[in-house]
Design a protein around this ligand. Structure first.
Ligand code: PMP
Length: 361
């Protein structure tokens, strides 16, 4: 068996010890005689698995007691609708959105179906290579919430601090940087993330919501997607994605064993620095993103001529490095460096990039 260095943007690499443990427990979880996939979600075995996953996530992220953690389905694209459905049924039907790239654009488009959307700032004028400076945001003090995408997975643009939006609840799509660095959850009204990058298999969506924001849903909200209903049933209103929750729990335990989120943040900084330092030193490859907005999770870069892309990718694959092709919207390459990517993986990538440059530069 050989494991590739997998630079996929998601579904992405998972920690090998987690996969090994899941394999060992596949047929018989803890003497139950069942695979986790075969268990009733209301049985004591799975209830204990779900409770531990909830508790570990609360501990790892320091989620305050006045926030609910919900395990849902539908992914971040579904949340683009579920968030406005849940937050625009109160006294305000207006929401502010910050446009930093492809994923914010998707969020904006979807929210427009449910209420009045104000794009309070956009990075379109920089070709989505920056986060618009906070000072220029045209916020609506009467908005129900302000929405940001903390890390644009396609463009490789990341917020390096939580923006201050006053008393209006801040909502963040953290699909591609949740658990990659410490954040102060109390600065947010709501956080959502698909699991398939830093947490586990696709199929699980994490929602962390401040309790006072519950009960503001539009009448059209399906019950299974109404945060208040999901919270009231401890994320068991309908059958939750049991297998994905189990793997997420193993990943949370692995993360805790690594030293928790602060240790992971340090690891992620070191990894990203290996790649960015090289990108800054070479004139062969280019990084399109403004330095102070560069993502530590998704690093897009370009070769001097797109005609070289196929050869670059082929050589990478021959050396056991996979899924480096950039998103079709931006082209070029993209290396995703989520928590489970090792420093050795990034070092191997940079060694190969140098070799390719020497041959083609
Ligand atoms: N938002 C961000 C930031 C993402 O990276 C992605 C997936 N790449 C999505 C939303 C969409 O997630 P899903 O396909 O799970 O709905």
């Amino acid at each position: 068996m050989s494991r590739a260095f997998n630079f996929s943007p998601g579904p992405a690499a998972l920690p090998e010890p987690v996969l090994r443990q899941a394999a060992a427990e596949m047929l018989d979880w803890h003497g139950s005689g069942m695979s986790v996939m075969e268990m009733s979600h209301r049985g004591k075995e799975f209830m204990s698995i779900a409770a531990e996953a909830h508790a570990l996530l609360r501990e790892l992220m320091g989620v305050p007691q006045n926030y609910k953690i919900l395990f849902m389905q539908g992914g971040a694209i579904a949340e683009n609708a579920i968030v406005p459905m849940n937050l625009l049924g109160g006294s305000s039907q207006r929401a502010d959105y910050i446009d930093t790239g492809e994923w914010s654009k998707r969020s904006i488009q979807e929210a427009r179906r449910y209420g009045s959307v104000n794009v309070a700032a956009s990075a379109a004028d920089t070709g989505y290579t920056t986060v618009p400076p906070r000072a220029g945001w045209q916020l609506d003090p009467g908005a129900a919430y302000v929405h940001i995408c903390s890390n644009e997975t396609i463009g490789g643009v990341q917020y390096h601090e939580t923006p201050d939006v006053g008393s209006v609840p801040l909502v963040a799509d953290m699909s591609s940087d949740i658990l990659s660095r410490p954040i102060d959850v109390s600065r947010y009204g709501l956080i959502y993330a698909g699991a398939q990058k830093n947490i586990g298999p696709a199929g699980l969506t994490i929602v962390i919501v401040r309790e006072d924001l519950l009960g503001r849903s539009l009448p059209c909200t399906p019950q299974a997607f109404d945060y208040a209903v999901v919270a009231e049933h401890d994320s068991m209103f309908n059958t939750p994605p049991t297998w994905a929750i189990y793997i997420a729990g193993l990943v949370f335990r692995w993360l805790k064993d690594q030293g928790g989120v602060p240790a992971m943040a340090e690891h992620n900084r070191r990894k990203a620095a290996v790649l960015y330092d090289y990108l800054d030193a070479t004139s062969f490859y280019t990084s399109p993103v403004a330095r102070d907005c560069r993502s530590l999770m998704n690093v897009p870069f370009r070769l001097p001529d797109p005609a070289l892309d196929a050869a670059f990718l082929k050589g990478a694959e021959e050396r056991g490095m996979v899924q480096l092709k950039g998103h079709r919207i931006v082209g070029g390459m993209r290396a995703s460096l989520y928590n489970a990517m090792s420093l050795e993986g990034v070092q191997a990538l940079v060694a190969y990039m140098k070799e390719f440059e020497a041959r083609n530069g």
